[in-house]
Design a protein around this ligand. Sequence first.
Ligand code: ADP
Ligand code: MG
Length: 341
Amino acid sequence: MPAGGRAGSLKDPDVAELFFKDDPEKLFSDLREIGHGSFGAVYFARDVRNSEVVAIKKMSYSGKQSNEKWQDIIKEVRFLQKLRHPNTIQYRGCYLREHTAWLVMEYCLGSASDLLEVHKKPLQEVEIAAVTHGALQGLAYLHSHNMIHRDVKAGNILLSEPGLVKLGDFGSASIMAPANSFVGTPYWMAPEVILAMDEGQYDGKVDVWSLGITCIELAERKPPLFNMNAMSALYHIAQNESPVLQSGHWSEYFRNFVDSCLQKIPQDRPTSEVLLKHRFVLRERPPTVIMDLIQRTKDAVRELDNLQYRKMKKILFQEAPNGPGAEAPEEEEETEPYMHR
Ligand code: ADP
Ligand code: MG
């Protein structure tokens, strides 16, 4: 039997203490889906005790491979519990109900990938610098505690209402460096993670590689090789030269930052700590860059056509004074009015 026991078992006190005993259905209201992944879905919700807005990631541990799913939940909760930094998502606690764990976190408006989706255009260089700087500070914090994120990409970099950048999604993270398992999302994976299958270990520098790929993603809307299937991309990353920024209009600082992140040999690649001193992130920029980007995105969401609007309206959820439920109580998704128009 694995360390966390069978799915849902709270016999081990070290496991039991990870969960609040209250019924989450009674504590959280107005749930609205804002994202989903392999495990289930993420919701906007309101804490009925203080009307605070939160995000809830619901992870089921029933059905096939329930024990493995339970282990994954315990791992993610343990990881989230350790995090205390302005650039990592803040964890509020976890509840259990009907073979589903409710991971409660601070609420963010959306991910950097959502921004690309709304604008259908690359971000501006100052915006990329601000997003990258925030993510890099979160990574430097993780790495200084021997943790590795292992799934850095625009979809896992979140933006909060006051304009802060937060690393999210610790479902793939490693509590210990060095590590050696094959984990991450193919197009963003560092060569040494791909090669770790037969060559051994890697450390926090794999996140630096993925951050470099994320910079290209923010500058070009997609990571390199995205038109290939995942297997071919993995082979390509391991065998070929590193990608570079395509357009000539980016500054020398930005190109150099990306080139540094994408050094194939980990020993040649700077650590997150060293990169914090790079001029690309230190160069002066207006302090309101992220807030302006959020405002620009909200305005753009209001202009989207119906189909796109439905997908992206979550970026406006926090704006309604009493949340989305106030304007569209418990309505069927299909009949829900376009409340912010
Ligand atoms: P997965 O492991 O499936 O990638 P994530 O934790 O990345 O799960 O969550 C999936 C999506 O849900 C994210 O890409 C993001 O759009 C949304 N999301 C996750 N956490 C939050 C949060 N705290 N606030 C707002 N949206 C979130
Ligand atoms: Mg994710």
